[in-house]
Design a protein around this ligand. Structure first.
Ligand code: SAH
Length: 479
């Protein structure tokens, strides 16, 4: 299992698909349905709803089927058993059969005629299956568990039902109706896309208000303003990716990733987090780890600016929170100097992630009145000389040290010399919030030796302070 710090470039490939969800237009097409029972009646109704010409072969159609046939045009009951000739020219065939043997015959007859077939409740005989449906037509959502557990599929359906407003139907219909007016303007791809992005935002924000002609006018006016403003401008979003667990991305971060053209990410960002990006987005690793000459901070800033100048929506995905030890200042200055629009989306900083997974409050009413985040790594790689020692030896402080493993022995030595109690508890958390998170626990005096033994290879935080005495150390994953 690859739970180690991942080196590989994240891929946007699809995993294996049990089935291919396709949306089949059936208007006016003949569909063969065998069976006259209640199950078949429901299938008949479903198929007829697509506008198909449904021919139901049933020697003895039940009451429900007769009722459906009466109410729905395009549904005809043929009061006899199906024959192989009936498959001729059909788009689909569905058989609600009474035995495996009949199912097999039905399947073979369909195959011979080249018609895709579904035999109800006999997945092994099916070319295609019916999913659970969320209907906001023309928006149609199909859900399949590939027969694994229909009840599970129904629950998923219920959840999607709950979050999708009914009014989406009207907005999707409006999209169809307004499309010709947008196309008639002969806009380039990006401008057209901006129209549909604005449309989508409006549809989502006011889904339950019916779309009006005034909405179209407003959207077109915004488009004209864009066209007057010249070619599409790119933009930059600095996004906090959190400490590792992809579920710690904010909703805003996911939205930004979903509309990115390019994602520049650094080493601390997990592949699954990067893959929250739009499938089509270009992903570029710009890690500074290993100090590759191609990825200096200057290069990264220059790359961000040049991509945005090309009109791209650039997401700069940074580990933790972008504004904490992330050199965001240089990127912000570069983007603003280039006159490009900039947005910043905060993330869960490593200290917050570690505190949560330790079950530790960084502040305690009596014992920890100060929380301080420091870096123990100066430009030259050594312990910075100008740290605020009085603050760091404050017995009522919790100190979180970023980039502090290499210089830990020096830091501890200096803290003791400055008067910190040698019994002060300390914890090193490696890869906080990752599945293979590790903790190294001891007094501040013991910590450097234990770290040397444990040889952490991933990113680590050093936490120091009396508050750490409250960590429930009985939990697993303690070194
Ligand atoms: N902006 C980031 C910090 C970047 S500096 C944030 O807000 O978290 C990089 C340092 O952050 C690492 O050397 C390490 O000290 C710390 N760090 C980042 N992710 C971490 C994680 N999952 N576990 C422990 N420390 C982490």
């Amino acid at each position: 299992m690859n739970q180690r710090w991942p080196d590989e470039v994240p891929k946007a490939r699809l995993g294996a698909l049990a089935t291919l969800p396709v949306f089949f237009r059936l208007v006016g097409k003949p569909v063969l349905l065998a069976g006259g029972g209640d199950g078949a009646a429901w299938k008949a109704e479903l198929l007829a709803a697509t506008g198909a010409q449904v021919r139901v072969f049933a020697v003895d159609a039940g009451e429900k089927m007769r009722q459906v046939a009466q109410e729905i045009a395009g549904l005809e009951i043929v009061p006899r058993a199906w024959t192989p000739a009936d498959f001729e020219g059909c788009a689909l065939a569905v058989g609600d059969v009474s035995s495996d043997a009949e199912g097999l015959l039905f399947r073979d007859a369909a195959r011979l005629a080249g018609v895709p077939v579904n035999v109800v409740d006999r997945p092994a005989l099916c070319d295609f299956q019916f999913g659970s449906i969320v209907e906001r037509s023309p928006v149609v959502i199909g859900i399949s568990t590939d027969g694994a557990a229909p009840v599970f599929g129904q629950e998923i359906r219920a959840r999607i039902e709950a979050v999708l407003p009914q009014g989406l139907r009207a907005w999707a219909q409006a999209a169809k109706a307004w499309r010709p007016a947008v196309m008639a303007r002969n806009l380039d791809f990006r401008t057209r896309r901006r129209f549909w992005e604005r449309f989508t935002r409006r549809a989502m924000e006011q889904a339950d208000l019916p779309p009006q002609d005034a909405d179209l006018s407003a959207l077109l006016a915004a488009l004209d303003a864009d066209v007057g403003a010249g070619p599409a401008r790119g933009s930059v979003v600095l996004v906090g990716a959190g400490p590792g667990d992809p579920d710690l991305l904010t909703v805003k971060a996911v939205r930004a990733l979903q509309s990115a053209d390019v994602v520049l990410y650094d080493d601390l960002v997990s592949p699954r987090t990067v893959n929250a990006a739009r499938r089509e987005a270009t992903r570029i690793a710009v890690g500074k780890r290993g100090y590759k000459p191609s990825c200096t901070q200057e290069d990264i800033t220059a790359l961000i600016v040049s991509l945005a100048r090309e009109g791209k929506r650039v997401v700069r995905l940074k580990g933790g929170d972008p504004m904490i030890f992330g050199r965001a200042g240089e990127e912000i200055a570069g983007v603003l100097a280039a006159g490009l629009p900039l947005e910043i989306i905060p993330g869960v900083t490593a200290a917050a992630g570690a505190a949560a997974s330790l079950g530790l409050s960084l502040t305690e009413r009596e014992t920890a009145r100060r929380v301080q985040f420091i870096t123990a790594h100066a430009r030259n790689g050594r312990l910075p000389d100008d740290l605020a020692w009085a603050a760091l030896t404050d017995p009522r402080a919790t100190t979180v040290v970023y980039m502090g493993v290499k210089t830990l022995p020096h830091l501890v030595e200096r803290l003791l010399a400055e008067g910190l109690d040698p019994q002060t508890p300390g914890i090193v958390v490696e890869r906080a919030t990752w599945p293979d998170e590790r903790r190294i626990v001891g007094t501040i005096v013991e910590l450097p030796g234990k770290v040397a033994q444990a040889k952490p290879a991933g990113p680590c935080l050093v936490l120091i302070g009396a508050a750490l005495a409250c960590v429930p150390l009985t939990r697993d994953r303690v070194f």
